[in-house]
Design a protein around this ligand. Structure first.
Ligand SMILES: Nc1ncnc2c1ncn2[C@@H]1O[C@H](COP(=O)(O)OP(=O)(O)OP(=O)(O)O)[C@@H](O)[C@H]1O
Ligand SMILES: [Mg+2]
Length: 376
């Protein structure tokens, strides 16, 4: 798996607004109305002792601007705050549901949407009705070096054949010698990446150890040189996953995802190693190309350089590929990657998070598929 990002700009999960029990009786009638548009649901805790309101954020809210939706946030005085991030889309969705924004320093919020990770003392002060969009130590899964080390550890303890989906990688400069000895045996192309970057920034291919920068925070990974192609182009799949708890582990995988294509036809030869638009599938890289084709019609899912995941699966199915098997493999890769980071994150939650439902996080998994239908 090339990468996992924390997603801070799009969110279609759920958060729990705070209510006092006394208000409940009187509110039931109104809730009935709101429930009709199925955006506010009432659930009970596992012990059945407490009723919890659950808001379903739907993308249509951005287009419809439904007054009923707005009344949800207004009725319960729901508040959010944005800290060190703009996240316009999250803002728009929350405002469509009647949430009002409070100052980043305010303690009076239901949801904190932050671009930075919280310090332990901020986490400890969360109340049971408050949510924040990151788990402590979440970098165990979002930082490329940590993810690699966690998966490598699982390979050692649980068996390599179950955790063979992450290309062999070396951390610079400390593992340079090891990299050189592996390179002598395996040659081929390798890909250099900053450990904590995103959007393809600072990533390039090499085929000689001399080209590796001996700087801190750089990783060199084996290049998967036999990607599955569509119409001659390399692509990857962005799968959105929401985790609402690490202890117990609760993973939600969104049924739709994105397929992102390179803009230059793929060639296996070394001649074009420098051409990022052939080897990297990031939108941020390929949108700069004159060949990038945008799809303006939201109803069309299989045109241009970004398709929906389901359009890609339909295409592959037509080509005779077993797409159910492919999706099962992709799910397995995602679940095993999360399992690899579960222990350190769950431990941090036990230490710093006062209530079980305080944290949520949305991750974007970038999955590359090779010509043997193996996801990486
Ligand atoms: N080992 C690899 N073999 C082949 N292609 C790779 C490999 N690693 C990365 N790529 C290509 O490079 C792109 C960018 O890599 P990656 O997803 O790891 O970094 P990023 O997009 O910068 O970071 P993030 O996904 O955390 O935002 C991938 O989408 C994929 O097309
Ligand atoms: Mg990526």
């Amino acid at each position: 798996m090339p990468g996992t990002s924390e997603v801070t700009s799009d969110y279609s999960g759920s958060i729990t607004p705070s209510t006092s029990e006394e208000d409940e009786e009187e509110e039931n009638e109104d809730n009935q109305k709101i429930t009709e548009n199925s955006s506010l649901l009432w659930t009970t805790t596992s012990s059945g002792s407490k009723r919890c309101p659950l808001i379903m954020f739907r993308p249509e809210s951005l287009i419809n601007r439904d007054k009923k939706l707005k009344s949800i946030g207004e009725k319960y005085h729901l508040a959010y705050k944005m800290v060190k991030t703009e996240s316009k889309l999250v803002r728009s969705v929350l405002s469509a549901y009647g949430f009002h924004e409070v100052h980043p320093n305010s303690a009076d919020f239901n949801l904190m949407w932050t671009g930075a990770h919280l310090k332990p003392f901020s986490l400890r002060s969360l109340q049971d009705f408050q949510k924040v969009n990151h788990f402590p130590r979440s970098y165990e899964i979002t930082r490329k070096d940590r993810l690699y080390k966690n998966i490598e550890r699982m390979a050692h303890t649980k068996g390599f054949k179950h955790f063979d989906f992450i290309p062999q990688s070396y951390l610079m400069p400390s593992e340079y010698q090891e990299f050189c000895s592996t390179y002598m045996k395996e040659k081929g192309s390798w890909i250099v990446k900053p450990i904590a970057s995103s959007r393809g920034r600072g990533i390039y291919l090499i085929n000689n150890p001399n080209q590796v920068p001996l700087e801190d925070n750089i990783m060199v990974c084996k290049y998967v040189s036999n990607p599955l192609l569509i119409d001659g182009f390399k692509f990857d799949v962005r799968v959105y996953v929401a985790i609402t708890s690490y202890d117990p582990l609760l993973i939600y995988m969104f049924e739709e995802g994105l397929t992102r294509f390179a803009t230059v036809k793929y060639e296996k030869t070394n001649r074009h190693l420098k051409n990022q638009m052939m080897h990297l599938t990031n939108y941020s890289i390929n949108k700069k190309s004159h060949d990038y084709v945008r799809c303006e019609d939201p109803e069309v899912e299989d045109y241009g350089n970004k398709w929906s995941m389901s359009a890609m699966l339909r295409y592959l199915k037509q080509e005779g590929i077993d797409t159910s098997l492919l999706m099962m493999r992709i799910e397995a890769v995602i679940i095993k990657s999360i399992l690899a980071a579960e222990l350190p994150i769950a431990t941090a939650c036990r230490m710093f998070v006062p209530h079980r439902e305080n944290c949520i996080e949305l991750y974007g998994f970038d999955i590359l598929i090779d010509e043997n239908l193996k996801p990486w």
